[in-house]
Design a protein around this ligand. Structure first.
Ligand SMILES: Cc1cc2nc3c(=O)[nH]c(=O)nc-3n(C[C@H](O)[C@H](O)[C@H](O)COP(=O)(O)OP(=O)(O)OC[C@H]3O[C@@H](n4cnc5c(N)ncnc54)[C@H](O)[C@@H]3O)c2cc1C
Length: 393
């Protein structure tokens, strides 16, 4: 096993403690009530006060290009937070999916301006990122939210859906197009701030799982955004940079998604292992078969972890990681689903009861197949990189 440095081990321990004390139970409560924890939940204040811990739990980047443990740390700590409850981990205060978009696109001044709000530890605050629309999910090139320049402002019109934490966010990074006929080259990212007239939350989705964080739809009805809120500034978007920036975002969020999945798979594995040790007779064939199955799952989870670490390492050393990020994203959901399925089968009747974490995990893991590019889309991405696979316009 890889030897982790002292600080990384300490941080994983800190999250483990928070998981035991708060995160697991908050996830179960959110699942039962079908409502994410409220914005004034005491735990969010605890997190907001702990400098940097939240960003690590949600896998935010420390910006280091050096080859040390720091870049991996956030992903390993994110894995641990998801072990306790991925939904709650994603609901933690911080820039959320808006963070990677900020890092891949914003100017230093914009980063300072929009990320500064998270350094005020007096109360929890959130950021978000909106790409998905009713007519544009996997195929992000089809986004139809329009951006029109009007003097010193941009005017945004459209609708976004499935945007995590947007209903509680201070700002949302909104991807829009200046001209749909330009396809991906027409993409621009804007920061829409809470309270801007015309920005209206339509509804919070009722989800089958991962209910610890909220996912909302919103409209942009001629929202006027100052020119300074165009992420990266106008010159950034020459030569397909806008689309490259949105893809760069995915190249970091896909490994993070995998890290979260490994955490969830480990949780299922540990449930099953504890049950086998306690309930299956020693030296029985049944016990041996269950242990063999769990060992296979453990190998799969270990491989998924190495895959996401590899994708992170490539990105942090300045190399392209698009292929490896998709490999990790594509490989992990079936292994994680198998971990949860095996655990349910091993626990039998005790596993499917609604008061048990496993029944919830079974519903929670489905999102791993959907978010940050579905299983099918990853296959297309990989095929395009490996072979001369046809590309949509
Ligand atoms: C809980 C949750 C949180 C989310 N949070 C965010 C967020 O914060 N911000 C955000 O922008 N989005 C978010 N999303 C949206 C998510 O990224 C999209 O759901 C995802 O991109 C898939 O898009 P879609 O649901 O429209 O499915 P579609 O793109 O309509 O796909 C439907 C089916 O067709 C398949 N398919 C599509 N294209 C191809 C192809 N070329 N080849 C083969 N098969 C194909 C897909 O694999 C899928 O099975 C969230 C979604 C969920 C469920």
């Amino acid at each position: 096993m890889i030897e982790l440095d002292r600080r990384t081990r300490e941080m994983i321990e800190e999250v483990r403690e928070l998981g035991r004390l708060h995160i697991r139970q908050m996830g179960l409560d959110a699942d039962q009530s079908a409502m994410p924890p409220p914005v004034d939940h005491e735990f969010y204040y605890i997190c907001a006060r702990q400098d940097g811990l939240v960003s690590r739990m949600v896998g935010a980047d420390e910006g280091s290009g050096a080859l040390d443990w720091k870049p991996f740390r956030n992903f390993l700590v994110g894995e641990e937070a998801a072990y306790w409850d991925r939904g709650v981990a994603l609901s933690l205060p911080g820039p959320g999916l808006g963070g990677p978009a900020m890092r891949s696109t914003a100017t230093p001044e914009q980063r300072q301006r929009f990320l500064e709000v998270f350094t005020d530890h007096s109360k929890p605050r959130w950021g978000a990122m909106a790409m998905t629309e009713p007519g544009a999910g996997s195929d992000v090139a089809r986004i139809a939210t329009r951006a029109r320049k009007d003097g010193d402002e941009w005017v945004l019109t459209g609708q976004k859906m499935f945007c995590s934490n947007s209903a509680r966010a201070e700002w949302v990074v909104v991807w829009a197009t200046v001209d749909p006929s330009l396809g991906r080259e027409g993409h621009r990212a804007f920061v829409v701030e809470r309270g801007m007239p015309g920005f209206e939350i339509l509804k919070i989705e009722h989800k089958m799982g991962s209910r610890g964080y909220e996912t909302a739809s919103f409209t942009l009805d001629d929202v006027r955004v100052p020119a300074e809120n165009l992420l990266g500034g106008e010159e950034f978007y020459q030569s397909r940079a806008g689309f490259k920036a949105s893809m760069a975002t995915f190249n970091m969020t896909r490994p993070l998604h995998t890290a979260h999945g490994v955490g969830m798979g480990r949780a299922a594995h540990d449930f099953a292992l504890d049950f086998v040790k306690a309930e299956y007779p020693k030296h029985s064939r049944r016990r041996q078969l269950a242990m063999e199955r769990l060992a296979r799952i453990r190998r799969g989870l270990h491989t998924a972890r190495l895959m996401y670490l590899n994708a992170v390492w490539l990105a942090k050393t300045g190399k392209s990681n698009a292929l490896e990020a998709s490999y990790a994203k594509m490989y992990s959901p079936p292994i994680i689903l198998e971990a949860v399925t095996a655990a349910l089968e091993i626990l039998g009747e005790a596993g499917v009861r609604n008061d048990k974490m496993l029944e919830k995990l079974y519903r929670d893991v489905k999102i791993l197949d959907i978010g940050e590019g579905t299983q099918q889309v990853q296959r297309v991405v990989v095929a395009r990189q490996l072979f001369d696979f046809p590309r949509d316009k």
